[in-house]
Design a protein around this ligand. Structure first.
Ligand code: EZ4
Ligand code: CO
Length: 402
């Protein structure tokens, strides 16, 4: 089965998405997601200008060889743009193979290891009460796990908390906005939030929290310790982890489980975190980590060290990525939990899909391939619009980790 055509579709049905469509001489096509929030066009160019011309005429079934060709052959390895581009190609090829063999991708990955994929969703509010009411709304919908974030008293705006109170969209159109940050105020506030949530919802609901890389290692250790009474499922990105060894310090002080990795792209970015057992959950995602071919290797290494996978699943990955993540989650032995933010209805119309949610779990569906399509006519009605993640400054103006 030969690749005859490949093209990038950039659209913005409420937010920007980069979709790769690979076509073959047998009429089967596959879709891949190459969306990199705030840097979308860099991936689109990497694909169109440098990768796609090399794919024409290749055997679409040679997924491993094409992966190695793109990773090793480029000379310049790793990095989010490169790995998102390779990820898009890889996803599209698994989609093609599934369709050609008339089976869902999870069967190509070894088959189901569980009946459903436990997901967590996001509750956020302008204060503890509003966040708590959001959690209640999701508990009513059957969610078994909820990530809770609340605005911090005394700070004008906090990333991860929507101005309108309901849900937040990571990117904003136009040039980057700026958020304020105070670690002192944050560390005082978070334990109060989780104390209230435990009082209201009891001990069985899984509660998660995302620090968005904002703490130093010793501050992260202190926060981990102060929320221990509230048994978090995980504390995410407590400190930036380029310096993987810094997690040793946090580990010495707290038993709060740690999740890291949504900004990482290759097995080398997490090698020390895994082999020294410095984390409990790994957040790397199919889209930004070179696709299913590479993430499988990462998951196998993680399994050796009892680290479970907990993939990133925000709205800034398209439904194509969401589907790929669900096939992956359903099949691997060391699955932990999957993030699930809700796409807008316009996004869902542009990307019709077979995955579904029921009572705390998601399922990728049983359609051949990934089970997602793109309505190109509709997509064309929503052209790209410049958008960025906000940047974060301390109260004295110092540019800080978002
Ligand atoms: O900030 O996807 O856990 N989820 C997150 C997300 C990320 C965005 C970045 O593009 O941290 O909201
Ligand atoms: Co996060």
């Amino acid at each position: 089965m030969k690749i005859t055509n490949a093209r990038v579709i950039v659209c913005s049905p409420d937010r920007n998405f980069v979709t790769l469509k690979i076509e073959t001489d047998e009429g089967v096509y596959g879709l891949g997601d190459g969306t990199l929030n705030g840097r979308e066009l860099a991936v689109a160019s990497y694909l169109s200008d440098h990768v796609l011309p090399c794919l024409i005429g290749r055997d679409a079934f040679m997924i491993e060889d094409i992966w190695q060709y793109l990773y090793r052959g480029a000379y310049w390895r790793r990095g989010p743009v490169t790995m998102a581009a390779i990820g898009a190609v890889d996803m599209a090829l698994w989609d093609i193979k599934g369709k050609a063999l008339n089976t869902p991708v999870y069967n190509l990955l070894g088959g189901k290891s569980r009946t459903g994929v436990m997901v967590y969703t996001h509750a956020n509010g302008r204060d503890v009460e509003e966040t708590s009411d959001e959690v209640a709304r999701y508990v009513e919908q059957g969610y078994l796990a909820v990530r809770a974030q609340s605005a911090i008293p005394g700070l004008a705006s906090t990333y991860g908390v929507a101005k309108s109170g309901m849900s937040y969209e990571p990117a904003e159109r136009g040039l980057p906005s700026e958020s304020e940050w105070s670690t002192t105020k944050y560390l005082l506030h978070v334990p109060v939030l989780f104390e209230q949530l435990r009082l209201r919802f009891g001990n069985e609901l899984h509660l998660l929290h995302d620090c968005h890389h904002r703490l130093t290692p010793i501050e992260a250790a202190r926060l981990g310790k102060s929320v221990e009474p509230y048994s978090l499922f995980w504390l995410e990105d407590p400190t930036p982890a380029e310096l993987q060894a810094s997690l040793r310090l946090m580990r010495q002080h707290t038993t709060t489980p740690i999740a890291i990795g949504e900004v990482f792209n290759s097995i080398w970015d997490v090698q020390q975190l895994i082999t020294e057992q410095l984390i409990d959950y790994l957040r790397m995602t199919v889209a930004h980590s070179g696709g299913l071919t590479h993430l499988r290797r990462v998951a196998d290494l993680a399994a050796l060290y009892q680290v479970q996978m907990g993939s990133h699943g925000p709205t800034d990955l398209s439904p194509v990525s969401m589907a790929a993540a669900l096939h992956f989650d359903l099949s691997i032995p060391n699955f932990g939990i999957q993030e699930y933010m809700h796409h807008s209805s316009t996004t869902n119309e542009v990307f019709p899909h077979g995955y579904s949610y029921h009572a705390g779990y998601m399922h990728p569906g049983d359609a051949p391939g990934l089970g997602v399509d793109i309505d190109e006519k509709l997509a064309a009605k929503f052209p790209y619009q410049r958008a960025y993640l906000p940047v974060n400054r301390k109260l004295d103006g110092t540019l800080y980790n978002w």
